[in-house]
Design a protein around this ligand. Structure first.
Ligand SMILES: Nc1ncnc2c1ncn2[C@@H]1O[C@H](COP(=O)(O)OP(=O)(O)O)[C@@H](O)[C@H]1O
Ligand SMILES: [Mg+2]
Length: 246
């Protein structure tokens, strides 16, 4: 009788196996794009609603309208770039990498989550323990990875039992070759039962969760030849991105 490993490898190399692999890749890519498009589309809806409220009010300044229109435009551009980058990630297409400052990745991501953090009464802190460490990659993708970690942390501290809700983003240099971004929170912590599989797609404990944020973050960081891990910590959660320095 053939052993299970041989059977698996025969299946993977068969026509049906290859078709199944392609279909799985398609399913994951479609889910990734849908998941990531939700963020800019949500912002576009919020800003557009805000704008129409302003327009029906008594005084509207052209500057105010201009700012809202600009932010709608920026999010729409982000949406198109997400589609391009997510395809690149899942189809393993080569792309133009550039020198990216991790401090810029952090500050731009923090700017994007600032209003959500404020609404949830979460104090966001940024700590830079290194002078502008750089990596070689795609800035928008690295921001997408970090964004997913930070919104998880905000969700984890958004709990009635947590009075002082804190999320810290810390950039540091590990040694001559590696640099890190840690996202620390004092939230509920990753549930014991899913600790070793949180980076797999479709693993979630949230009623409205897709279970894709960490899988996307992990794929993006691996694409940059790095790794994301859930570091042991006394309370809350510490997610760490490790990336090769430029
Ligand atoms: N900072 C965190 N604190 C506690 N649990 C977390 C944190 N980040 C991730 N998790 C756990 O990992 C699961 C998977 O996260 P993710 O892949 O982002 O999917 P989703 O947010 O849609 O559930 C979450 O449902 C949650 O249980
Ligand atoms: Mg998430």
């Amino acid at each position: 009788m053939t052993n299970p490993e041989t059977q698996l490898s025969e299946f993977a190399n068969s026509g049906v196996g290859r078709q199944w692999e392609r279909e799985t890749a398609m399913r994951v890519m479609t889910a990734y794009i849908a998941h990531e498009l939700n963020h800019p589309l949500g912002t576009i809806i919020n800003v557009a609603n805000m704008l129409s409220r302003r327009l029906s009010g008594p005084v509207v300044s052209p500057k105010d309208i201009g700012e809202h229109v600009e932010s709608i435009k920026a999010e729409a551009i982000r949406a198109t770039s997400i589609i391009r980058h997510m395809r690149m990630l899942t189809e393993h297409k080569p792309t133009a990498r550039t020198s990216v400052s991790l401090v810029d990745v952090c500050s731009d991501t923090i700017a994007r989550v600032a209003s959500l953090a404020k609404a949830k009464q979460v104090k966001l802190r940024f700590v830079s323990r290194a002078a502008r460490p750089k990596v070689y990659g795609v800035k928008e993708l690295l921001e997408t990875a970090l964004y997913n970690l930070v919104i998880n942390s905000i969700a984890a501290v958004d709990n009635p039992g947590i009075a002082k809700r804190r999320v810290i983003i810390c950039v540091a240099v590990q040694d001559t070759n590696w640099t890190t971004i840690q996202v620390l929170d004092n939230g509920i912590g990753v549930p014991e039962g899913i600790r070793d599989k949180v980076f797999e797609p479709f693993v979630t404990t949230r009623a409205d969760g897709a279970g894709l944020g960490l899988a996307i973050a992990s794929d993006i960081v691996r694409w940059h030849h790095g790794q994301v891990s859930n570091r042991p910590c006394k309370s809350g959660t510490c997610m760490e991105i490790v990336l090769p320095r430029e």
